[in-house]
Design a protein around this ligand. Structure first.
Ligand SMILES: [Cu+2]
Length: 142
């Protein structure tokens, strides 16, 4: 009986497809300053999920005082969202006019070429650190 129970538990653990941080790859991450306000910025990237479904449920940045929010664009206006869904075995693109990570309260000292660490908080896979650099080109349609 105990042996059977152990086998069932093993089978359940084996069949449950877990998402690990290494199943998530970040491609072409970059930050851009807003044209409208110098203390605003946005982060864009491609997120490849080789595991099963997961979601980004928050983000932090290594620049003191800067607040990161998950955003989407609906009917031409930015909206704050609770999560960015990352379907299993798919790549989601964060890009201008669509999903992005918004940065508020950027200090005036932050310049083009500066690098910081973005920490993505994933619902299942845990935290994922990404190196991001501010690019020259500014956002035009944000
Ligand atoms: Cu935004």
């Amino acid at each position: 009986m105990m042996r059977e129970a152990a086998q069932v538990i093993f089978l359940v653990l084996f069949l449950t497809h877990v998402v690990y941080a290494q199943d998530i790859s970040i491609i072409d991450a970059e930050a851009q300053f807003s044209d409208m306000k110098p203390d605003l910025g946005a982060v864009f990237m491609k997120i490849e999920n080789r595991g099963s479904d997961d979601s980004i449920i928050g983000a932090r940045v290594s620049i003191p005082g800067v607040i990161a929010e998950l955003h989407d664009v609906k009917d031409g206006a930015m909206v704050k969202i609770d999560r960015i869904f990352l379907p299993g075995e798919r790549t989601v693109e964060l890009k201008k006019g669509s999903l992005h990570i918004m940065l508020f309260n950027l200090p005036i000292e932050v310049k083009e070429g500066d690098e910081f660490t973005l920490t993505l908080i994933l619902e299942k896979a845990g935290k994922k650190d990404v190196k991001v650099r501010f690019q020259k080109s500014h956002m035009h349609h944000h």
